[in-house]
Write a protein that binds this ligand. Structure first.
Ligand SMILES: [Ca+2]
Ligand SMILES: [Ca+2]
Length: 284
């Protein structure tokens, strides 16, 4: 589905005796918010937010010279000032800004995306990596680098000559799929007459639960079930394992659930290469 308002109509009739009707729907992988669901994850760029704010020095000239007219902290560089001034005491045209910060970055591949009207230059550890110090309409530039990890000094200088003023810097890291897998050990009481299964959910990038697919098989007579090969995103969640939501269904009803911390349940984490028993786990 492409999203938006989807008309739904359910028609139902009961002629005699017991009557029951139920309609549910859920997202099965993909969708807005990115990974989740049963598909094998691919490498994705995700935003890196600085641990502390930028120091922004605002100058009443267009070449970051002399004493700044204003110094303040900016949690992000993401400004659309239009035809206006960035702050009282700074003019709407012919002003400039120097932002500095120190980022603590893990080893990995990074990209620095800047978008400005007018000009800018970007320095990484005092090395000039993007140099577009010129009058221009809003334009985007990207610098990519493989970094060994550690602390990196980041400095962005920017000016507006006239008209519209816009400045944005976004830092992204390439997250590789880990390939790590884990399992869940669980059980249901023997259900000689009823149909029982387990449903699993992962968090997508918007922190919404996304079903891993349909129910994971039926339960053998002992009630024991071990579900192998579950993806564990150690890039995102670290060694503590990936949060999962586990539901036990019997006869079309959820009879037990764990891991839905957004609704007050304790977290249930699937650690890679380890047995992860649900609170109602049992032995084979
Ligand atoms: Ca302006
Ligand atoms: Ca401009």
């Amino acid at each position: 589905m492409s999203g938006g308002a989807i008309p739904v109509r359910l028609e139902y009739v009961d002629f005699t005796g017991h009557a029951q009707v139920r309609l549910t729907w859920e997202l099965v992988g993909g969708g807005s918010g990115g990974s989740g669901g049963g598909e094998v994850p691919s490498a994705t760029w995700s935003q890196v937010k600085p641990g502390r704010p930028y120091v922004g020095e605002y100058f009443a000239n267009r070449d970051v010279s002399g004493s700044p007219a204003l110094v303040r902290q900016d949690s992000e560089i993401d400004f659309d000032w239009g035809y206006g001034a960035p702050a009282p005491g700074v003019p709407a045209d012919n002003f400039s800004v120097r932002w500095t910060n120190t980022l603590r970055l893990d080893k990995g591949k990074y990209r620095f995306i800047v978008e400005t009207d007018d000009g800018m230059r970007l320095f990484l550890n005092d090395r000039l990596v993007i140099d577009k110090w010129r009058t221009q309409a809003r334009t985007k530039y990207t610098y990519e680098a493989s970094l060994d990890g550690g602390e990196y000094r980041l400095r962005m200088e920017y000016f507006d000559e006239a008209g519209l003023a816009f400045a944005r810097l976004r830092v992204e890291v390439l997250r590789q799929p880990s390939g790590a897998v884990g399992n869940i050990v669980t059980c249901v009481p023997p259900q000689p007459q009823n149909y029982a299964w387990i449903k699993l959910y992962r968090l997508n990038n918007a922190n919404q639960w996304v079903s891993l697919g349909r129910g994971i098989g039926s339960i053998e007579p002992s009630g024991f079930l071990k579900i192998d090969g579950l993806p564990v995103d150690v890039n995102r969640f670290g060694g503590a394992g990936e949060p999962y939501k586990v539901e036990q269904w019997v006869d079309s009803r959820v009879v037990r659930s764990t891991g839905d911390f957004q609704r007050g349940e304790p977290e249930f984490r699937v650690r890679a290469f380890a047995d992860n028993a649900t609170p109602w786990g049992c032995s084979p």
